[in-house]
Design a protein around this ligand. Sequence first.
Ligand SMILES: Cc1cc2nc3c(=O)[nH]c(=O)nc-3n(C[C@H](O)[C@H](O)[C@H](O)COP(=O)(O)OP(=O)(O)OC[C@H]3O[C@@H](n4cnc5c(N)ncnc54)[C@H](O)[C@@H]3O)c2cc1C
Length: 487
Amino acid sequence: MEPDSPRPRIAVVGGGVSGLTAARELAVAGADVVVVEGADRLGGRIRGAEIAGTTIDIGAESFATRGGTVAALIEDLGMSDQIVRPAPLGSWVIDGNRSIPLPAAGTLGIPATPLSAATIRALGVSGALRAAVEPLLPHRIGSDAASFAALVRARLGSRALDRLVRPVALGVYSADPERLGVTTVPGLAAAFAERGSLIAAARDLRDGQAAAGGAVAGLREGMTQVIAGLETEVTRLGVRVLRGSKVQRLEERGMSAAPAGAWRVLGGDGAVLAEADGIVLAVPENVARRLLGERGATGQATDRIEVVALAVDDPRLDRAPRGTGALVARDAVGAGARRDGGAAPILAKALTHVTAKWPERAREAGPGRHILRLSYGRAGSAPETVGLDDAEVRSIARYDASRILGIDLRADTVVDLVRCTWRMGRPPGSRDARPLVAPAGVTLAGDWVSGTGLAAIVQGARTAAATALASASLRLPLTNRIESPLK
Ligand SMILES: Cc1cc2nc3c(=O)[nH]c(=O)nc-3n(C[C@H](O)[C@H](O)[C@H](O)COP(=O)(O)OP(=O)(O)OC[C@H]3O[C@@H](n4cnc5c(N)ncnc54)[C@H](O)[C@@H]3O)c2cc1C
């Protein structure tokens, strides 16, 4: 702290939604804030991409309306009129050779009404009956489950797990439910403990979402609007934003290092990017571990996915054959074989029919043009598309989209392609999560700390800002310990 200034100085490392939200909170509370971002642009995993003249989200595309956290932030940024809802078309699961509408009103694939026509269609009569007895099972069954998958298997049976829960979990968390802990789905473990039934717990969570006004929403011009709004706001509040400033090291100078500050944020060649009394580390897990000096911390802690978007001129897609999109079960295969006559698995794990889901994108794209967004890469294995050239990826994505949508898309109708590779963090509560102890004065933020989804992240970033401010202002030793309850 400057001797003549009582304002604590906080350096926020990482200019994604976590870092920018924390920076805003800190600046509003009166701190002197600098955001240090490694890339030339802000937003991290919220990013736009141009495809055939239309801008789409190639990272996060929506936010859960649960609790109203993100909507409240958007309102604070004066952008409430920009919130848009997806078309109410429902989504599908592709399982084996079958395409099944995902039963509505479930939570993470857990059916709310096991004997509904949609659930019977998905699970078959025996699978639906097996799921329907779940509320009658004693609570102890599954209560000692070591993973989310084991819990679902014990309570609802293998079919519900394989046909509904696994594809949805893969789509949402990019992780197989065998790797997820029972606490990964926010609120589910507590609701199960209270209600003694997984189906009742799923219903409670769904009702909570419905009360908050539907499950997800987006922004008229894409989620990058929230980043632009946050940037404008933090700039107005006097926050300095450094881009293209990759942090290589954090140097602790001791609590009594005033006026220089207790911490130095160092870039390449040891250049001092910032001096601060406290740090909010809002970077992906593997980067945080490396900056905190954990030996051997590399990209291993995270899995990659690749998003491939196609622009397709085919009016047959106007009828949105798979609603807003589809999730692909592990053993799904195309109805036909590839040209080489071999077996033809669908490699994509999910497809979003962007122009069916978001009417604004359809208007922008124009009549007959469709944008399809496929994602590749399941937990533990590299995306099948990584390392392939655009022509190969175009062919794989066209094949997968044809099989998922049930319409053979001709090669000459694919007018554009964009692709983007992402590293996915390990959701908190994952079975392989490891504790990370941050030194006093360093506060952690991000989805790997607070949970998947922008609602949890925004809330987590606010909490991190409050913790960092308290730590820096009061100079209290503070240790953050992030660990899995299932460790
Ligand atoms: C394809 C995809 C689709 C998704 N869809 C959704 C969705 O629909 N809804 C939803 O809620 N969530 C979704 N998510 C998840 C969501 O995007 C993320 O959880 C969220 O954006 C994470 O924000 P963050 O600020 O914590 O991390 P990031 O966005 O990863 O930000 C971290 C920042 O730190 C920077 N950084 C890294 N290393 C350094 C360094 N050494 N020095 C300085 N800066 C550094 C990075 O450049 C980045 O800007 C999706 C994610 C992906 C990849």
